[in-house]
Design a protein around this ligand. Structure first.
Ligand code: 5GP
Length: 114
């Protein structure tokens, strides 16, 4: 059984979030500490702690999340480009252990990241 995180509480609407998208499989909401003019997190409702723990059974879910990120980017008017990031585990800088995709846009994003 995976640990309950702040994101599970957001899914259950126990704590507030600025939700921009929701369906049966995933949820999109604005990051509380935005790193770009648009910074949205897309999370699965299934509590997968990190990408390293996703399995082949999650193939459709992961594809669905990525296409959801794409449609949110369109909805947000990010026609000039954007970045999708999955921080994974300690060296990847992950702080919340419920899988999430960051959608960042609305400014030029330098490469490589820090
Ligand atoms: P990570 O560092 O794990 O890749 O990203 C976690 C993200 O979750 C961070 O960007 C952080 O700002 C965001 N975050 C943490 N707690 C909350 C919260 O309670 N609400 C929202 N909307 N975002 C949060």
């Amino acid at each position: 059984m995976s640990e309950d995180t702040i994101f599970s509480k957001i899914i259950r609407k126990e704590i507030p979030a600025n939700i921009v998208y929701e369906d049966d499989l995933c949820l999109g909401f604005r990051d509380i500490t935005p790193q770009a003019p648009t910074h949205i997190l897309v999370i699965p409702k299934k509590p997968i702690p990190k990408l390293a723990e996703a399995g082949t059974e999650d193939k459709e879910l992961l594809g669905h999340m990525l296409l959801t990120v794409k449609s949110i980017a369109e909805q947000e008017g990010l026609g000039n480009g954007y970045r999708v990031v999955i921080n994974t585990d300690e060296d990847g800088g992950q702080t919340v252990f419920h899988l999430h995709m960051h959608l960042l846009g609305g400014r030029y994003l330098r490469w490589p990241p820090g």
